[in-house]
Design a binder for this molecule. Structure first.
Ligand code: FAD
Length: 495
């Protein structure tokens, strides 16, 4: 039986292991942490449970298909429910907007709240759908780095209709040219942060992201986000994938232009194929130091990172739901601080995620588990102690102003994660949440391919390579890898 080694058990590493096992490989996963899941991890503190990383779950069918691939009922491992409210939005002037997942309700409510025209909103959302339909099959589901992708009829169709993709303008310009109300522009600009980018730099094609939320919906897993990685880990154990925790990979072994194994802190292990789920930057710098590096790819601007306060809060807030956003009064200034000044704005946009709204066991009765996050620059050696101290004060000011309630005195427990912590936990270069930023129209093409063009049988999955960061794209990277690896048993069957 051919042997595969997967380096790292992030969501893409888990999904790759599951897919490669199905192809008939013996699979060993080497993970530096004592747990599986990478960024999809959780902690418990003083009776509160907090998801440490992702909080927004879209396109759950990419998780379901991994269970189905192995003939299992997804429900037996992993259940989730669809949210009716996408997000509650708050501004300092007292305005509030509750965005419904149902498209018609959203259009009706947004037209009324922001004084916009229903037809204009509908045609904007329809344009977003067209962008997604035209590009998903090419840019997300296949390797961008194989000639066959470019020769397909879908690609030729997309090239013929490049104009509607808004590649030459920014997301902000697309939104500002469409809507008069700056609050609605800000609401749609926010989607740039879903891949850690700035709405003032990321291309207009990113307006396809709200389509994903409205069309595919947003979901909350039973037991919280951590169930995504845990249920996949359970399935992987069930089907015989072997996990080796606290085994940091130090080197990828190559011989005559082929990957032949790895070296961990305990010795070397051979394999027929190696798949790295480690961030592509340290994969080259640490595991393949002698190999020529793809300089342009590794020099790409990194996506934003985050500063997160996990607060156990005494009391319940009726006006809040699972996802809540408290907008900055100076949105351009916030992104300038993050991407140009590598600092934090004095008036940041604050995201509050409360899973105990849907998963009551996540907090003691009469309390809520708040995941309070602001977007942050990567770690460039800033004074994070000072930045965290100031950010905590600014966040509390904003929340107290928008909610008209004292928050600080209700905090009964606290845990903090900053870009240094994110980098330490997962080796994500500079603590980036999504690998490289998508702050230019070329970013997608500069992302590293899912295979090595120099070393045979070496593959890459995860948020720092094609097609990008976030749970759905990481799961797609695993699917692309499983299409690329040698398929010995399949070949035999067809011989
Ligand atoms: P990672 O999760 O980065 O895992 C890589 C694994 O490799 C880790 O387990 C690490 O320990 C291991 N590893 C690294 N180096 C080695 C080595 N040398 N040897 C062995 N093991 C190694 N996405 C969403 O879809 N929705 C969200 O709401 C969302 N919010 C986020 C909020 C935060 C705070 C963070 C941090 C991320 C968020 N993301 C979100 C992004 C999402 O978490 C990531 O894109 C995704 O989880 C990355 O998965 P991955 O497979 O690339 O690997």
């Amino acid at each position: 039986m051919p042997k595969a080694i997967v380096i790292g058990s992030g969501i893409a590493g888990l999904a790759s292991a599951l897919r490669i096992k199905k192809l008939g490989y013996e699979v060993d996963v080497y993970e530096k942490n004592p747990y599986a899941g990478g960024k999809l991890h959780a902690i418990e503190k003083d009776g509160f449970r907090f998801d440490l990383g992702p909080s927004l779950f879209t396109m759950p069918h990419y998780v379901d298909e991994l269970f189905e691939l192995h003939g299992r009922e997804p429900d037996a491992f992993f259940r989730y429910s669809r949210k009716e409210t996408i997000c509650n939005y708050f501004w300092e002037d007292g305005s509030r907007f509750s965005a419904k997942a149902d498209k018609d309700s959203f259009v009706r409510d947004a037209a009324a709240a922001f004084g916009e025209d229903v037809t204009n909103l509908e045609s904007y959302l329809e344009g977003n759908r067209r962008k997604y339909d035209l590009t998903a099959g090419i840019f997300l589901e296949k390797s961008l780095h194989k000639a066959s992708t470019y020769l397909s009829p879908d690609t030729l169709k997309a090239i013929a209709r490049l104009g509607i993709l808004d590649l030459n303008t920014s997301l902000h310009k697309v939104n500002a040219s469409r809507f008069r109300n700056p609050k609605l522009v800000q609401l749609f600009n926010r989607y740039a942060t879903y891949n850690g980018s700035s709405p003032y730099k990321t291309p207009g094609i990113m307006s396809l992201i709200p389509h994903l939320e409205m069309h595919f919906g947003t979901f909350i897993p039973e037991g919280g986000m951590h169930r995504i990685s845990q249920s996949l880990y359970e399935l992987a154990c069930d089907i015989g994938v072997r996990f080796h925790f606290e085994k940091e990979v130090k080197q990828i072994l190559t011989q005559e232009g082929r990957a032949v194994g790895i070296v961990t802190n305990e010795g070397s292990h051979s394999a027929d194929i190696v798949i790295s789920n480690m961030d592509i930057y340290p994969t080259y710098k640490k595991l393949l130091p002698k190999l020529p590096h793809p300089k342009k790819t590794l020099a790409q601007e990194r996506s934003s990172s985050a500063l997160i306060f996990y607060w156990g809060i005494k009391g319940e807030f009726e006006e809040l739901d699972l996802h809540n956003i408290f907008f900055s009064e100076d949105y351009p200034g916030e992104f300038k601080a993050i991407f140009d000044d590598k600092s934090l704005a004095e008036d940041p946009t604050v995201y509050v995620n409360i899973t105990s709204k849907d998963v009551p066991d996540d907090a003691p009765e009469g309390s809520e588990n708040w995941f309070v996050m602001i977007n942050a620059p990567g770690n460039y050696g800033q004074d994070w102690q000072a930045l965290k101290r100031d950010a905590r004060r600014h966040i509390l000011q904003k929340l107290e102003k928008c909610l008209g309630k004292d928050i600080e005195t209700r905090i009964v427990t606290e845990h903090v994660l900053d870009p240094i912590g994110i980098e330490d936990n997962t080796s994500s270069y500079r603590g980036a949440l999504y690998g490289a930023a998508s702050n230019s129209k070329f970013a997608a093409f500069l992302r590293h391919p899912n295979f090595s063009s120099r070393i045979e049988n070496l593959y890459f999955c995860g948020g720092s390579v094609h097609p990008g960061g976030g749970i759905p794209l990481c799961l797609l990277s695993a699917r692309i890898v499983s299409d690329l690896v040698p398929q010995p048993f399949l070949k035999k069957e067809h011989a």
